[in-house]
Every structure is written in C-alpha cells, then in structure tokens.
Ligand binder design. Structure first.
Ligand code: AMP
Ligand code: MG
Length: 444
C-alpha cells in the first residue's frame, strides 16, 4: 500500500463517519454565538412594535402642512411632547403638533413628522427664536413649519422590519453578531441550536513538557496541546486538553479512555508514525477501529482516523478519533483539512459550508514541494503600506510570499502567515507568477 490517498477521499471518509449533526439544545442568546440554528427563529413581536418617529421633530397631520413653504410657513400649536419609552396620551388634532423624539411612538392623530430643522419655534408672546437646530429646551408654544410633509414622512411603520409570528432566521443558519441582534430584536431570548462539539485533546511524546516548565536536557514544550485547544475553540467547539502521554501504550490508553468519557471527537497529536514508540494507532485499535492513512498532503502524512464507542457505555453516535502527526505545522494543516470540516458538520453546518472559501493568489517567488502531494504553504500577503489591505494583481489575485521556512516544525513561518497557498499534487514546484488557491487563516 504505497499509494497516497487523495485528500478528498480521506475527507469523504471522515465526513461519512458523521451520520448527523449533534442534537439540538435550547440556549440563552448569550450562549448562541458561533452556533447553528436547529429550528427556525420566529419573531415574538412586530418590529417596530408600533409606528414611531425616525427623527427628532414634531408629530403633525400632513394635511395641516400641505401648503407650507419656506417663505410662507404654517403655524401649529405645540400641545406637548412625546419622549422615547412613553406613549402619548394627547392626540394630534387639526392645528396641533407634539414635539417628538427619535424612536418615540407616534401619537394618535399624527401621520407624519417634520424634522426640527424645518421649523421655527415661537414663544407664547409671539416672539420667534432662531430656526430650529435641535429639539431641546423648553417647549415652544407654537412652531412654524416651513415645508410640506407627505403622509408617513419620517415615520417608521409598525412591522416594517419584522412581523410577529413570521420567520426571522432559518434552521441551518450560523449565528454571528448580526444574527444575535435580529433575534433579540424579535424579542426572542432562547434559541434551539446544535450542541457544540466536545473535543478532548491529548499530546503524546516522552520529550514533551508543559510550556513554562523545566525542559531538562531532552525536553521540548508541548505546543500542540494549547494550539489544538485554540484551533477547536476558534472553530466553535468546546475543547479540553486531557494531558501529555508518554510513548507507551498503557498510559496512552488510560488517557485516551478518560478522553472518551465526555467527547464527540478526540484529537491525539504525535506518535502516529510507524516507529517503535508510535503507540497511538495501537491505543485507538484497543478502544475502537482505526485506519492509518498516508494522505497526499504536505505536510501531514501519516494520519490516523477511527471511531470508538462513547466512554462509560453512554448512548450516542461513535466518537471520532483523529491521530495527527506531531510536528506542529502538520497539526495545523491536517486540522484545517480534515478536522475543522468534521467539527463544522457536527455543529450543524451544511455540507457546502464545511471548507474555507478559496481565494486566488499569485506567487511572488518560486516554490518547491514534493510531487504527488498537495502542499499547503504558509504564505503572507503583500500589504498596502497605508491601509494594510492585501495587494492584488490586475487579475484580482492576492500577491503572496513565503512567510518563512516551510518545514513542518517551523512555527515562526506559521505565525507570520496569513494563509495557506495550495499547490497541486501534479507539480514539484512552481515558478514566480504562478496562480494558486488561497485559504485565509483565522487571525486575531
Ligand atoms: P511524532 O509525530 O511523534 O513522531 O513527532 C514528530 C515531531 O513533532 C517530533 O519532533 C516531536 O518532538 C514533535 N512534536 C510532537 N508532539 C509535539 C507537541 N505536542 N508539541 C511540539 N512538538 C511536538
Ligand atoms: Mg513522538
């Protein structure tokens, strides 16, 4: 079996192991960000709930001011005022106006609002103040209106945005800040969303030490544990790091079993190769089934995938097991290509929303890679010095350079990268000026 497995075949097998998204649960809106609606959201109110003013000005009857002109204003008596949050008890009858604030309910009888700028306030003794600029201060006794207003002018009509009982958002919609705003505006406080995938993360390697601890003569900091927690969290999952396992089957198995107790997906990094200390496949095989794939990806082969029953005899679909290569850049690439789509599927994203949108880029320098594998090069976009915006060529392609050394242990290039440039299996390199696909990465 020396053939490399095409990336799409590997991903298809991963996704085929997910029979359905995770079940729905009702949550407060404060816990809904990043989740996917399992049920339509229906408005619990009209929005606006009542006609209201779009301006600071005067609520009037449009018929009263039909003849108003700049030089020939119409006088109206000011009978009171309506503030936001208060309904007016006074009606606007012919010849009357009520001062009104933006967002205040339209008083009965009024059918339009004239902006304060189009009025001149007049005191009880008949003295006119300067043409209105703002609607503050003592109420004038009268106003002069300098322009006609059509019916409904400056009125936001009831239900013009949302309608009571009508759908606000559809099931399947991912919830971002704008969705939170419209759901709350529909006066809905709880929503039915798919559960967040629970992920347990395990680092393996005798050489690994927790970041910040003494490394000794042969230790390296565990970068993958914290990185995977961050990758999963950024992908909308609920992630925990269960620990660092040494390169021995029994302790690895013990941590794996504890990971299975409360997880939909387990990610183990390191120890998936075929060396004498690579015990992860053996551990996966003890708790479930596992395949070792040599996927046509650079970096990132080899890669183990399997499933296991939930720990503690809990019912539910099997837990997905991912064994990623230990090199931290390989972890990022295989996470992006295989794990993130699986997390999005579990979280309820539709099949067409599992992968990142692909942009177009042009290489500013030649690159080399292994033939037969699709390379995900860590690249940085050239940026406009003034705006910071990525620069594009005449064809609209983002101009990219390598972000640094491209070996799979080199985290500095990853940290300077904006994106992965995707170079196809068919070539062993590309000259400067070549077009490539671009996957933008999450940046803070
Ligand atoms: P492995 O896949 O276990 O053969 O590891 C490949 C390389 O990745 C080795 O150089 C490991 O030291 C390194 N490595 C494995 N796990 C981690 C980790 N959690 N953090 C940083 N480097 C790691
Ligand atoms: Mg190892």
């Amino acid at each position: 079996m020396n053939e490399l497995m095409p990336i799409e075949d590997a991903r298809t097998q991963v996704l085929a192991a997910i029979a359905a998204p995770l079940p729905a649960e009702d949550v407060d809106l404060s816990d809904a960000l990043g989740r996917v609606l399992a049920v339509d959201v229906v408005a619990a109110t009209d929005l606006p709930p009542w006609d209201n003013s779009a301006m600071d000005g005067y609520a009037i009857r449009s018929a009263d001011v039909a003849a108003a002109r700049e030089d020939d204003p119409v006088p109206l008596r000011v009978a009171g005022e309506v503030a936001a949050g208060r309904a007016s008890e006074i009606s606007v009858t012919p010849g009357l106006a009520l001062r009104i604030a933006t967002g205040a309910p339209m008083p009965p009888g009024a059918d339009a609002v004239v902006a304060v700028e189009l009025t001149t306030p007049v005191a009880a003794d008949g003295s006119a103040a300067p043409r209105g600029r703002d609607a503050t201060g003592p109420l004038p006794a009268w106003i002069r209106v300098h322009e006609a207003a059509a019916r409904s002018r400056n009125v936001r009509t009831q239900a013009s945005d949302l309608q009571l009982g009508r759908r606000v958002l559809e099931a399947g919609r991912a919830i971002g800040p704008a969705e939170i705003a419209i759901i709350a505006a529909g006066s809905v406080a709880r929503v039915s969303v798919h559960a967040r995938p629970k992920v347990a993360i395990l680092s393996t390697g005798d050489e690994l030490r927790r970041a910040g601890s003494e490394l000794g003569p042969a230790g390296i900091p565990d970068a993958n544990g914290p990185a995977l927690v961050a990758l999963c969290t950024a992908a909308g999952a609920d992630a925990r790091h269960v620990g660092i396992a040494p390169d021995r089957l029994e302790p690895t198995l013990q941590l794996l079993r504890s990971a299975l107790v409360d997880a939909d997906l387990v990610i183990v990094s390191g120890g998936v190769s075929v060396g004498p200390y690579d015990v992860v496949r053996g551990a996966f095989a003890r708790v479930g089934t596992v395949d070792l794939w040599r996927a046509a990806i650079q970096p990132g082969k080899p890669f183990a995938f399997g499933t296991a029953p939930r720990g503690g005899d809990q019912p539910g679909p099997p837990v997905l097991l991912f064994g990623l290569p230990g090199n931290p850049v390989s972890v990022f690439v295989t996470f992006e290509v295989f794990v993130r789509p699986a997390l999005r599927r579990l979280a309820g994203r539709s099949p067409d929303a599992l992968l990142r949108p692909v942009d177009m880029a042009v290489l500013e320098e030649p690159v080399t890679k292994s033939a037969g594998r699709r390379a995900f090069l860590r690249v940085a976009a050239l940026r406009d010095a003034a705006t910071g915006a990525p620069m594009r060529d005449a064809a609209g392609r983002v101009r990219v350079v390598l972000a640094g050394g491209q070996e799979s242990h080199q985290l500095s290039a990853l940290a300077s990268a904006d994106a992965f440039a995707v170079v196809p299996e068919s070539v062993a390199g590309l000259p400067a000026g070549s077009g490539v696909g671009l996957w933008w990465l999450d940046r803070p």
